[in-house]
Design a protein around this ligand. Structure first.
Ligand code: FES
Length: 647
């Protein structure tokens, strides 16, 4: 037809529309999500777009500001009242008059806790389950005795196209007052988790309510991280983190399960503790964001299976042993109130599905964020904590497992080990001749042999060595011949080099001589060998299931992966051979996945469907696991080749 062509960016969706069609209508018809609270009345300002000018040869389209209608009275009125950025237009008022390329500005979602710059900055297309809808309701009429609530529902159905609607009980007694306070104009929050779900009216405000928030929360066994996100712009408004208070009941997951088994009120105490901490974090992000808890309408949680159960108040004992039965594996949808979370009384929560008894909603969130199921390449995702969660796959098939790496990678079980914090050694190089080390410490920009190091280090000094430091020092020890392929510290060196010292019947490497002395002992090397062998054996098992000899890309999720150097990880044989340029750290991918589920209900369906198809491999039950494990004890591996290392 001769109708003008309209192309929306960044989605690339396009279509032809008769002149006079509003840009908002055009977007709707193409399934491009443009926010709107006021329903096109030019009052909420949420529907802003920009015209891109120029020739777009690839799309055979020339776009110009002359191809969009002039600013009309309604739009001018809005622009007068509120500042609009230059070039922005209200899509509900501006109409198509010629070929157009329209930019739908999406605030880039920036995670305050990003470790690598590009890791967590991503644009999430918005289609939230929780919607703000402004409506004008008919006033009561003696001759048509339809109730206030019924007229409100009718208005919502008419203006916003909802089908069947239900109303939260707590609103029943409030509807009268709110409608009158708003003089029959109100904003409703409507929750609809899927297109064909019943729409639920969950909150109501007089007049125009122009902002609503959600939470994305990752409940880890050591830390809890929370983001406050605008449901309308997708922007992260505030972020906060805290230690998981359950640590006082047990350092690792298994000791928390034992605590529940040994103490009659153990489960309850841990549930209370984690919920209280989450509640404190909610207050913190609300204060930091300058908003009220009441403005929070939706919350998405991700967690490993044991944290997931304890948060929900479910006894995790079954997860402590085979067959590792989850009480619930599918996505969990509850009112925030059911979890004693003080948000808006109508707020909803969503927990992502768990993949298996060891592979939780946090792994689903990482999968959602990285999307192996959306592409053709064979992608390996590794999330190292006390257990390593491993996902391997592509569009055709995804498999997942968890490997019992233990806490060595986090610095536990290592004599000089500590968590990554200022004062911890994170980078190590060893001179191949003298065996003298140089190192770098978190919080200090200089190497230990650079002038000014001691001053730059300040009072903290060197306190220990963190996970990435351990990986590097052991890899460097191997490359310098201090340890053999079997991981044995060569005692013969002690005769000629003061860096190698006897400690009991084994030998250690002196990384730092004094104040205090830090050594890498034979036991430390063993602990890392065991951890890396468990990780690698799990990966190999999954590669076998996929019948592949190599992987195309490797993504390290979580804090550990953000700091380790892929080359050193390969020297030790933690990960299979892969082009180092295709190994990347993706930071808090679980948090990103949680935000995706918060901002777009289609992502909820996506991960629910994907998790159903993921094949779970139970490493404990696979005879081959033991075999791979034994081979992986060697550095880098007894039988598997690492051709890229030679390069
Ligand atoms: Fe509210 Fe356009 S939809 S201003």
């Amino acid at each position: 037809s001769d109708d003008p062509l309209v192309l929306f960016m960044p989605s690339g969706k396009r279509g032809r529309f008769p002149k006079g069609t509003t840009i908002l209508d055009a977007a709707r018809q193409l399934g491009v999500y443009v926010e709107s609270v006021c329903g096109g009345r030019a009052t909420c300002g949420r529907c802003q777009i920009e015209v891109q000018e120029g020739q777009f040869a690839k799309h055979k389209i020339t776009s110009s500001r002359d191809h969009i209608s002039k600013v009309g009275p309604r739009e001018a009125r809005y622009a007068e009242k509120r500042a609009m950025p230059a070039g922005r237009r209200l899509s509900c008022s501006a109409t198509v008059e010629g070929d157009l390329v329209i930019d739908v500005p999406q605030d880039a979602v920036i995670n305050a806790q990003v470790v690598r710059k590009d890791a967590d900055t991503r644009i999430i297309e918005r289609r939230p389950a929780m919607h703000l809808c402004y409506v004008e309701v008919e006033e009561p009429d003696m001759h048509r005795p339809l109730g206030d609530l019924d007229r409100l529902k009718a208005a919502l159905q008419k203006d916003w196209g909802f089908g069947r609607m239900e109303v939260d009980a707590h609103l029943l007694a409030q509807v009268q007052g709110i409608l009158r306070a708003g003089q029959w104009a109100v904003t409703a929050a409507v929750h609809q988790d899927a297109e064909d779900d019943i729409a639920r009216l969950v909150a109501l405000w007089p007049g125009l309510k122009n902002e609503a928030y959600g939470l994305a929360c990752d409940i880890g066994s050591t830390t809890i991280a929370m983001h406050l996100v605008s449901l309308l712009s997708g922007r992260v408004v505030a972020s906060a983190g805290a230690s998981n208070p359950q640590i006082r009941f047990g350092e690792d997951l298994m000791s928390r399960v034992s605590y529940v088994m040994m103490n009659p009120d153990g489960r309850e105490a841990m549930t209370r503790a984690v919920r209280q901490e989450i509640s404190k974090l909610v207050q913190k992000v609300a204060d930091d964001g300058g908003i009220e808890r009441h403005d929070i309408l939706d919350a998405v949680f991700v967690a490993n299976p044991i944290m997931h159960h304890l948060f929900l108040g479910i006894d995790p004992t079954e997860l402590g042993g085979a067959p590792f039965a989850l009480a619930v594996s599918g996505a969990v949808k509850l009112k925030a109130d059911d979890l004693r979370l003080k948000l808006n009384p109508g707020a909803r929560t969503y927990l992502l599905p768990c993949i298996a008894g060891h592979v939780g909603a946090d792994a689903s969130a990482v999968t959602l964020a990285e999307g192996p199921h959306r592409q053709d390449e064979m992608m390996l995702i590794v999330d190292v904590g006390t257990n390593a969660e491993i996902v391997l796959g592509n569009r055709a098939r995804v498999v997942a497992a968890s490997s019992p790496t233990g806490p060595a990678f986090e610095g536990a079980e290592i004599s000089a080990g500590q968590r990554a914090a200022p004062g911890a050694i994170e980078r190590v190089r060893i001179d191949r001749e003298t065996l003298a080390p140089r190192y770098r410490v978190i919080g200090c920009d200089l190497w230990s042999d650079e002038p000014g190091f001691a001053e730059a280090l300040g009072e903290t000094g060197v306190t220990g060595i963190c996970g990435s430091g351990i990986i590097e020092v052991i890899a460097e020890m191997y490359l310098s011949g201090i340890i053999s392929e079997d991981g044995v510290v060569n005692g013969a060196l002690a005769e000629t080099n003061p860096r190698i010292i006897a400690e009991g019947r084994t030998f250690s490497y002196v990384l730092k001589e004094s104040g205090p002395r830090l050594t890498v002992t034979q036991n430390d090397v063993r602990a890392i060998q065991l951890a890396k062998a468990a990780l690698y054996a799990g990966i190999r098992l999954l590669m076998e299931k996929q019948a592949v000899a190599t992987v195309d890309t490797i993504r390290f999720a979580g804090a550990f992966g953000s700091f380790i150097d892929p080359l050193y990880a390969m020297v030790l044989g933690l990960i299979p051979d892969c082009d180092p340029d295709r190994v990347s750290a993706v930071g808090n991918a679980a948090g990103t996945g949680a935000r995706m589920a918060l901002l777009n209900r289609d992502h909820r369906r996506e991960i629910e469907e994907t998790v159903k198809l993921i094949e779970k491999i139970e490493t404990a039950l696979e005879p081959k696991f033991q075999e791979h494990f034994v081979h992986a004890m060697a550095l880098p591996n007894k039988i598997d080749a690492f051709p890229r290392l030679a390069e």
